[in-house]
Design a protein around this ligand. Structure first.
Ligand SMILES: Nc1ncnc2c1ncn2[C@@H]1O[C@H](COP(=O)(O)OP(=O)(O)O)[C@@H](O)[C@H]1O
Ligand SMILES: [Mg+2]
Length: 269
């Protein structure tokens, strides 16, 4: 199976300081992989490097191939095309993805129109409005017509994250990267958004790279786990194996903590 995403020997540096070291990781079509590690372990930088979105002053070395194309060192023009089709990101804080001054329907209409143009079937006018509302219905937003006319600040955190997910879906990506998509939400909403992602990934046949610091949350969503500690992958394997028999002391401590936390709520994953 050709991997959709193939990371080999990825090192990310700020000046001389390595923030991620020699990371290798693959995600095949429809596969769900989790990247787990404590805050500051390099998860978000890895996500940004995959999409060619590293901040100024941060450099990537090694190889990140997305749909067969090299991302490291690629010109913006190529990266724009990949971001519009091969990969889309959902972030922890939906407001980072949303323009505060634009109605959310319009924000979702832009990538929808771009993607339809690329597919040779231009969506506009009422057809585009309808497509936005259909997408909002797909992410289970209530009253899609009303929500489309709202500004981000008029929505709840959970609704904003659903809009951000709709924006990501508008590109019809093969790979969805969700970077702590539920961390900023209250527990009930967290469960709903997790269930939504789970359903959408299955229905649309997407691959998922699910990033988080909470093993109990990440393990629910993925088939395979990669454990990152201070920028280094210390363990990787099928979710059940990593949970059942963690080898690295750091993974052992994560599993023990998740089990203690979950003890009252039932078995893990
Ligand atoms: N723009 C930046 N410049 C310098 N260091 C950064 C920058 N962004 C992140 N870092 C550092 O890189 C490390 C990894 O960050 P990050 O990938 O955001 O961690 P995580 O998402 O796992 O919490 C942290 O030590 C962080 O301080
Ligand atoms: Mg992060």
């Amino acid at each position: 199976m050709t991997p959709l995403l193939s990371i080999t020997g990825l090192t990310i540096r700020s000046g001389d300081t390595p923030l991620v070291q020699d990371l290798s990781l693959g995600v095949g079509p429809r596969e769900r992989v989790g990247l787990i590690g404590e805050s500051g372990s390099g998860k978000s930088l890895t996500a940004l490097a995959i999409a060619g979105l590293l901040p100024a002053g941060i450099r990537a070395e090694g190889s990140v191939r997305l749909a067969g194309e090299e991302v490291v060192g690629a010109p913006d023009r190529r990266l724009d095309a990949l971001r519009g089709s091969a990969v889309a990101l959902v972030f922890q804080e939906p407001l980072t993805a949303l323009d505060p001054l634009m109605r959310v329907g319009r924000q979702v209409a832009l990538p929808l129109a771009r993607r339809s143009r690329r597919d040779g079937a231009l969506l506009r006018g009422h057809a585009l409005d309808r497509a936005v509302e259909e997408l909002f219905a797909e992410v289970a937003l209530p009253e899609p017509g009303r929500i489309a006319r709202a500004y981000p600040h008029e929505l709840s955190g959970g609704q904003r994250q659903r809009v951000a997910i709709a924006m990501a879906l508008a590109c019809r990506p093969d790979l969805l990267i969700a970077d702590e998509p539920t961390t900023a939400l209250d527990v009930t909403t967290q469960g709903e958004v997790l269930a939504l992602l789970d359903r959408l990934v299955a229905e649309r046949g997407m691959a998922l790279l699910f990033i988080g610091h909470d093993l109990a949350v990440v393990a629910q969503a993925v088939d395979r786990l990669v454990v990152l500690q201070r920028g280094i992958a210390v363990e990787a394997g099928p979710t059940a194996e990593v949970l059942g028999a963690p080898r690295h002391p750091y993974t052992q401590s994560l599993v023990a903590a998740a089990r203690r936390f979950d003890a009252a709520l039932g078995p893990l994953a």
